[in-house]
Design a protein around this ligand. Structure first.
Ligand SMILES: Nc1ncnc2c1ncn2[C@@H]1O[C@H](COP(=O)(O)OP(=O)(O)O)[C@@H](O)[C@H]1O
Ligand SMILES: [Mg+2]
Length: 299
């Protein structure tokens, strides 16, 4: 991010209390034009609260937000003309078909490009003739995405958009987001899934307990990538054999299993492991906390 880029979403000191629960605590964040911003955090972190505040569905306790330079609250009507939104839990009209939903919502916006809707439906493999009540949760999610995208908004605000989508449709969704971004349009999406955010986002903000812990470019985080490897072996594995390998650290062993961190080349590790009778092998992504600790620890 640099000063010449257009700030699309500007969040300034946003705070939200629900009674005694502090859902958001003095949040500051800018999202710039054309980027795909991943808003990552575990359940209860405050992602939906942030999104609902941006959309003016709830009022902050303190602080404010502007979108396209307009106040998210006072100018919400104007702002909403340029936003596509997928709520976390989408309420649709059960008796309507997909097409009827789209025509109705499109009508509120002064018309809908049915050809474009047809293209989106085809790419997402969505049957628009089906009534909402006969749709699975995944199909409802796809209809939600179609209504968010159909008017080609300048900003997409999507609350956990891929929840309940099968992997193939997720891929299509990722592709769609890249196209949106390539057209200079902006995406703000929340997720609790690191691999997904890594796959499509330019930057990620980590929210926890209503506080923004960090905001980083994905490319920077990827440089500190490492994995945890756990081997189950028939007899005791000698930790010293692994400790001397380059890029292997944090070795712990118990009877019958050994666990360590691997950065860099995997081949020497595999060859060392091959000296043992390996019963099982696990190779895990680090948690987000571990990646961030590593990233900030090195600075
Ligand atoms: N309407 C509400 N009333 C009271 N507490 C709420 C309400 N909505 C959310 N919360 C609380 O605020 C915190 C943040 O919730 P939320 O924004 O939904 O998190 P996320 O979307 O990241 O899972 C949680 O502790 C949640 O229980
Ligand atoms: Mg949520």
């Amino acid at each position: 991010m640099n000063a010449t880029q257009n700030v699309v979403v500007h969040i300034n000191g946003l705070t939200k209390h629900y009674g005694k629960v502090q859902a958001l605590n003095d949040l500051h964040l800018d999202v710039v034009q054309g980027e795909i911003f991943g808003y990552l955090g575990p359940n209860g972190a405050g992602k939906t609260t942030t999104i609902r505040t941006l959309l003016d569905l709830i009022r902050p306790t303190a602080g404010s937000a502007t979108i396209f330079g307009l106040d998210a609250n006072k100018d919400s009507v104007k702002v909403h003309e340029r936003i596509g939104n997928l709520p976390g839990e989408l309420a649709l009209w059960n008796h309507m078909t997909g097409w009827e939903v789209v025509d109705y919502l499109g009508g509120l916006r002064g018309g809908v490009d049915r050809k474009y809707v047809g293209e989106l439906a085809e790419r997402l493999d969505m049957d628009m003739t089906r009534k909402v009540k006969a749709c699975s949760s995944g199909m409802k999610r796809k209809l939600g995405l179609i209504q968010a995208l159909m008017h080609k908004p300048d900003l997409l605000i999507l609350d956990e958009p891929t929840n309940g989508l099968d992997p193939l449709v997720q891929q299509t969704f990722h592709q769609l987001m890249r196209e949106v971004s390539a057209q200079g349009r902006t995406v703000f999406l929340s997720s609790h899934n690191l691999p997904e955010v890594e796959a499509i986002c330019d930057r990620v903000g980590i929210l926890r307990g209503g506080k923004l812990q960090a905001v980083e470019r994905i490319a920077a985080l990827k440089q500190v990538r490492f994995r945890w490897m756990t081997l189950k072996v028939a007899n005791h594995a000698d930790p010293a054999l692994f400790e001397r390998l380059e890029g292997v650290t944090d070795v712990t062993s118990t009877n019958g299993s050994i666990r360590f961190r691997v950065t860099g080349e995997l081949d020497p590790v595999i060859k060392t492991a091959a000296q043992y009778h390996v019963i099982d092998l696990m190779y895990e992504e680090p948690s987000l906390e571990e990646i961030f600790l590593e990233y900030y620890g090195e600075k």
